[in-house]
Design a protein around this ligand. Structure first.
Ligand SMILES: [Fe+2]
Length: 197
């Protein structure tokens, strides 16, 4: 079993350079390769699980890190596909407004989560069962998730996402650029799928 790297046909972004996006896509591809390589290696080591117990347990421990890096970056890059588009007045917007008071508050809260210290992701989830959103910070990419909940919006706040364009102190500037370039049609589709579960 192998995962295939996804290709993203992205438009020029405002405030995030093509070079930064290219390097970032290279990191994403690394996660896919590492995940595939680790799965293959584990298959070989399983020929003698007792002899290879330490190596296997270390690989098992790292596996969700690589998977998180793969899947979250796929969510992240897809959000810019098709070019910037504001949110429509559809069900995602009205449901967010109902919970957070205004769409502006949603963005403000997400920025706040994104500005937390340490490498990780600011994530907006939707709980289809309770019909409510949750926002959270996933440390690195495998810690602190709201398990089982679909991700509606994924904001990468690892330093590699902004250091080239904005410098080490430029996380806030990068987060503004991230939001400016979003195609909200992508998140609306995710929400429609999540809310029909
Ligand atoms: Fe990243």
């Amino acid at each position: 079993m192998q995962y295939l790297e996804k290709k993203f046909d992205l438009p020029a972004l405002d405030g995030i350079s093509q070079k930064s996006v290219e390097e970032h896509l290279g990191l994403y591809e690394g996660y896919v390769k590492n995940f595939n390589g680790m799965i293959a290696l584990m298959g070989k080591l399983m020929a003698d699980p007792e002899e290879n117990a330490h190596a296997l347990s270390e690989l098992e421990r790292r596996l969700s890190f690589e998977f998180g890096g793969m899947r979250l970056h796929e969510l992240y890059f897809a959000q810019w596909k098709g070019g910037a588009r504001e949110i429509s007045g559809g069900s995602l917007k009205t449901t967010l407004e109902k919970q957070y008071g205004s769409f502006g508050q949603v963005i403000a809260f997400m920025k706040n989560v994104g500005l937390m210290r340490g490498p990780g992701w600011a994530l907006l989830y939707f709980d289809p069962e309770a019909k409510i959103f949750h926002m959270g910070f996933s440390g690195e990419q495998h810690r602190g998730h709201f398990v089982t909940l679909p991700v509606i919006l994924a904001l990468d706040v690892w330093e590699h996402a902004y250091i080239l364009d904005c410098g080490a102190q430029g996380k806030g500037k990068y987060i503004d650029a991230f939001f400016k370039n979003l195609n909200w049609g992508v998140m609306e589709k995710r929400f429609d799928k999540a809310s029909s579960q």
